[in-house]
Design a binder for this molecule. Structure first.
Ligand code: 5AD
Length: 381
């Protein structure tokens, strides 16, 4: 289908400055309007985002095998099912052998890279253990497996230590770029400071990681303006990778008490897809993940995201016995399937969404590569 943007005046106005040149910056008002577009206009937005994705990063999907190493967490985020105060959750920590085995699975199945994710901890035993695991994973995969970390706020020294041990990408969601909203969804103490989290993104950049961040979409108290500002925030800090998805309520969390304020799950899904499509227009060469939370609402949520802008999927390869315990939100999908089954089903549906899996590739963010080249060789005048 070729979409004639002229048929959709709003989109035509937004996307075409001169002839077919696309606008990469939007005002907050424009973003708010696009975040609520419907019907043919939404279709045109998705179509344009798909085109921009294919032209800039191709229709390849990169895999990161997600290993949820532990649900032990020192934080008490008001939305999260593994928050420290949730006594109803059985806590676990994978053994070194289990982590190494999952990494081996990813390597032999040609995933190209893995993500080590876990509840937040910054004690010395923990940070040293991660350093050791990074060395071991690099060694057992002959340096072939790319490693992304998603282990929360740490000091510059720890980020540096992990970077030197072999991790080269780091995911740290800002959750919301609006400090006031951030305050409403976190306890009011030094452990949950917006400024510290924001600062950590700077520290990660200092250590030369490819940096990913993201937000939750459809949070209680969140407005379309907030989401529009989130998109501008991602563009302003010149991020390399983004993972964002719908907020999903969890009954053992304080935010459950305000669930009557939420949009329906279907609306949160649609909003998430529009966020992804708009971000692709604004940042054509970054990596965007099709997150698991999309799949929790719609079995094909991730595939829909891949069609309209996302290019990364993180299949869960945590040993099945522990997967259901890493419940950030309710109805988390694939908690009972083995890694092999998850993989097979995913391969099929990625193909059906018209994309191809890039096996054995790190799939680094093109944005990072160009951003660094610009720093290394400033333009001649
Ligand atoms: N709904 C959706 N996403 C959540 N996360 C945590 N809790 C929830 C929830 N209830 C996300 C946060 C965190 C990531 C690991 O999972 O954005 O950074």
């Amino acid at each position: 289908m070729r979409t004639n943007l002229k048929k959709y005046p709003v989109l035509f106005y937004y996307f075409c400055e001169k002839h077919s040149q696309m606008k990469k910056t939007f005002t907050i008002q424009e973003l708010v309007s696009l975040l609520s577009c419907e019907g043919q206009e939404e279709e045109a937005l998705f179509h344009k985002a798909q085109q921009v994705k294919n032209e800039n990063v191709g229709n390849l999907v990169y895999l990161r095998g997600l290993i949820e190493i532990s649900n032990i967490c020192v934080k008490d985020c008001l939305y999260c099912g593994i928050r420290h105060s949730n006594n109803a959750t059985t806590r676990y920590s994978l053994s070194d052998e289990e982590v190494l085995e999952a990494a081996h699975f990813a390597h032999v199945h040609h995933f190209g890279s893995i993500v080590l994710q876990g509840g937040e901890r910054s004690d010395h035993d923990f940070t040293l253990r991660i350093t050791r695991l990074l060395h071991q994973i690099k060694e057992q995969s002959n340096g072939e497996l790319g490693i992304t970390l998603s282990l929360g706020e740490q000091t510059l020294e720890v980020y540096r230590q992990w970077r030197e041990a072999g991790a080269h990408r780091y995911l740290l969601r800002i959750e919301s770029s609006n400090p006031h909203l951030y305050k409403r969804i976190h306890p009011q103490n030094a452990l949950h400071s917006f400024n510290v989290r924001r600062h950590c993104l700077n520290l990660l950049r200092e250590c030369d990681y490819q940096i990913g961040t993201g937000v939750m979409i459809g949070l209680p108290f969140q407005t379309l303006e907030d989401l529009a500002c989130d998109l501008q925030f991602l563009q302003d800090i010149d991020i390399d990778m983004v993972g964002m998805g719908p907020y999903l309520e969890h009954h053992n969390t304080p935010l459950y008490a305000v669930r009557h304020l939420l949009l329906s799950q279907e609306e949160r899904l649609s909003l998430s897809l529009r966020m992804i499509a708009l971000l692709r227009l604004m940042m054509p060469n970054i990596n965007i993940a099709a997150t698991t939370a999309l799949q929790a609402i719609d079995p094909f949520g991730r595939e829909k995201a891949l069609q309209i802008g996302a290019n990364v999927v993180m299949p869960n390869i945590t040993p099945t016995s522990n997967r259901s315990l890493y419940a950030l939100y309710e109805n988390k999908p694939n908690t009972h399937e083995g890694a092999q089954e998850t993989m097979h089903a995913l391969e099929q549906s990625i193909l059906q969404s018209g994309c191809h899996i890039a096996y054995s590739k790190w799939g680094d963010s093109l944005h990072f590569t160009t951003r660094n080249r610009n720093i290394l060789s400033p333009p001649k005048d």
